[in-house]
Design a protein around this ligand. Structure first.
Ligand code: ZN
Length: 45
């Protein structure tokens, strides 16, 4: 599952939600970006 973020209102949208129509339900924007899902953690050993 992929989570997208609306470029305009920053609301999170799931992949399946966007498949229906690529429009943000909150603000109607059509610009999305994929935020990093994995946060890199640096281990200090
Ligand atoms: Zn939006």
């Amino acid at each position: 599952m992929v989570t997208y973020k609306c470029f305009k209102c920053k609301s999170k949208l799931k992949d399946e939600e966007l498949k229906k129509r690529f429009v943000c339900p909150a603000c109607g924007s059509k610009i999305f970006y994929k935020p990093r899902t994995k946060v890199k953690k640096v281990k200090a050993e």
